[in-house]
Ligand binder design. Structure first.
Ligand SMILES: CC(C)(COP(=O)(O)OP(=O)(O)OC[C@H]1O[C@@H](n2cnc3c(N)ncnc32)[C@H](O)[C@@H]1OP(=O)(O)O)[C@@H](O)C(=O)NCCC(=O)NCCS
Length: 159
């Protein structure tokens, strides 16, 4: 079984919206207060095409998740990474997904990849650490999880 990527197209908005409406993904990776609709996701996909990379993660051709890259500083140099797996979570594919996207970004000339992770999101922290990302700092009480303000960890990897 091999992880690959393809560009996300506007027609993928239904699938992306379904994943982003999953209460687990909402809690771990998004703003729980955000309303996710297919229309909004379609606009977001169109915008993302100009801003960076928005890739469908595939497992032997099956769509299983997404990876989003925004350029923080200098196009193609410092990447801000966001990602999620849909129904195929818990099977260990996250490590390979982050390994492959990191390799790709460094090969294309990126000097740094960063990610921000909610403090309660242990699977994401593990996946990043297994890929050599370093926990560089803590933004204290930096997001509202629906009940309380909680910390956000900043992870980084340099090429
Ligand atoms: C982050 C994510 C992509 C990882 O996916 P995955 O590869 O399927 O992750 P797994 O469930 O295999 O878990 C990864 C590791 O965390 C461990 N883990 C999972 N839940 C855990 C918990 N509650 N406590 C401790 N460890 C936990 C797993 O045992 C696994 O460890 P191992 O590799 O040593 O076996 C996936 O959880 C996801 O899509 N989450 C929702 C979106 C999200 O959080 N995105 C990241 C935002 S920064």
């Amino acid at each position: 079984m091999e992880i690959g990527f393809r560009d996300i197209e506007p027609e993928d908005a239904h699938l992306i919206a379904r994943w982003k409406n999953d209460p687990y993904i909402k809690k771990m990776a998004l703003d729980p207060a955000d309303e996710i609709t297919v229309e909004k996701e379609m606009k977001d996909i169109e915008r993302a095409m100009d801003e960076g990379l928005y890739l469908m993660v595939q497992l032997d051709g099956e769509d299983i998740g997404y990876v989003r890259v925004n350029w923080v500083y200098g196009k193609g140099k410092i990447a801000w990474l966001r990602f999620a797996l849909g129904e195929r979570r818990g099977e260990g594919y996250g490590v390979e997904m982050i390994q492959k996207i990191s390799e790709y970004l460094f090969e294309m000339g990126c000097v740094r990849i960063e990610a921000e992770v909610y403090s309660e999101n242990i699977p994401s922290q593990k996946v990043l650490e297994k890929n050599g990302f370093v926990k560089e700092g803590t933004k204290r009480k930096a997001y509202f999880d629906g009940d309380k303000y909680a910390d956000v960890y900043v992870y980084g990897k340099v090429g």
